[in-house]
Design a protein around this ligand. Structure first.
Ligand SMILES: Nc1ncnc2c1ncn2[C@@H]1O[C@H](COP(=O)(O)OP(=O)(O)OP(=O)(O)O)[C@@H](O)[C@H]1O
Ligand SMILES: [Mg+2]
Length: 358
């Protein structure tokens, strides 16, 4: 174990990454992903879901580092202006990093080494950048045994990263982008260009790669939840690629991750859309005076609302905003909670949907 030859540049041998099993799984994965892309387009207000979904992805991805925070605790902590515990900060930073990457892709359509550094820096909050000091090795969590030694020299790291980016930015092969996604992810993790945050940066790159390739319009796939739930296989298969050059099981794993999480996200979006409808109807019926479409949509942009959000979005006075939220609370749509000097209004049904595993 642990004996590995030098990390090879992309692309790998075609026959290793395009087996019959892989192609069979591929058609299922790309069908699910296509459905997700389609359904996301039917959401009335695009920004409405992104926040909630991205926050979920951020939470799941960060949880890989053993962060235990319940959903509503997390939302409350995020919304409050007080001092935040480090785990909450991490989730917030991860979410910020997804949006930073999304903006880069939308704005320039490709990523450079310095963009990778920007994304990683947003997560990790230090300026170390690409590794320059040798000594980084990957160990088995439990046994402490070294399982993989990534390239150590900065020049080699940069050389491999540039090769990685050439393939990331433009498909250099005619392999299906979902197969490339898996290959690129393994390559990035194996280059392991940073001292820390390689996993989280790599998981953000996965989503951005889907957007570059038009497989998604917005960052709305909960890929990390699958990796989180099936972590030991994830490590096992990554290891296998590095040790034996066997890609099949690893690629199948990643394709299944795409299929399952796409299906899961479709289901979530349907539930959220449905809940939005139910909420609109209820407000129209039970509190017609405060009914505003934008107000209800606001309650679905983040699972919590504050008076100032309403002031900003609806361009109304504080007093009116406060009254709207109180009315919604009275008819049971929101629950209020006092955090410090602020009142937070939680969309409990939405939080319930977001926390539910299907
Ligand atoms: N044998 C291996 N070969 C290649 N990559 C590996 C191997 N084992 C683990 N990794 C990658 O290293 C990542 C962890 O690296 P690092 O600690 O820098 O990232 P992180 O974002 O801090 O952690 P995490 O991914 O656990 O949230 C894992 O997520 C995985 O992708
Ligand atoms: Mg780490």
């Amino acid at each position: 174990m642990g004996h590995i030859e030098k990390l090879k540049k992309l692309p790998p041998d075609r026959e290793k990454v395009e087996t019959v099993k892989i192609l069979r799984q591929l058609s299922k994965s790309s069908q699910s992903l296509g459905e997700l892309k389609g359904i996301a387009k039917t959401i009335p207000n695009q920004s409405m879901l992104i926040n909630a979904v991205v926050l979920q992805e951020a939470k799941d991805s960060s949880e890989i580092e053993n962060i235990i925070t319940t959903q509503d605790e997390l939302y409350k902590a995020i919304a409050s202006q007080g001092k935040q515990p480090p785990q909450v900060k991490e989730v917030i930073n991860y979410r910020k990093a997804i949006f930073t990457g999304f903006e880069l892709i939308r704005y320039q359509g490709f990523l450079r080494v310095k963009d990778l550094e920007t994304i990683q820096k947003t997560i990790i909050k230090n300026n170390a950048g690409i590794r320059v000091m040798p000594g980084t090795v990957l160990k088995n969590d439990k046994t402490g045994e070294i399982v993989y030694t990534p390239p150590q020299e900065k020049d080699e790291i940069l050389d491999l990263l540039n090769n990685f980016l050439e393939h990331f930015n433009n498909n250099q092969t005619d392999l299906h982008p979902l197969i490339n996604l898996a290959i690129l992810h393994s390559q990035f993790e194996s280059i392991h260009p940073f001292y820390d945050g390689n996993g989280r940066t790599g998981r953000i790159l996965n989503i951005l790669y889907l957007i570059i390739n038009d497989l998604l319009d917005i960052p709305n796939l909960y890929l990390s939840s699958y990796i989180n739930k099936n972590k030991s296989n994830y490590y096992k298969y990554l290891n296998q690629v590095n040790e034996t050059g066997q890609w099949e099981e690893y690629i199948l794993y990643m394709l299944k991750a795409v299929e399952e999480t796409a299906n899961y996200t479709i289901e979530k979006i349907n539930q959220i859309k449905n809940q939005l409808e139910v909420t609109i109807e209820k407000v129209k019926e039970e509190a017609p005076k405060v009914y505003r479409k934008e107000l209800i949509e606001l309650l679905f942009e983040q699972p919590y609302a504050k008076i100032e959000f309403v002031v900003e979005k609806l361009k109304v006075e504080r007093k009116a905003a406060s009254r709207y939220l109180k009315n919604l609370k009275d008819i049971g749509i929101l629950k209020s909670e006092k955090i410090g000097r602020e009142i937070l209004y939680l969309n409990t049904e939405l939080i319930e949907i977001l926390s539910r595993t299907i």
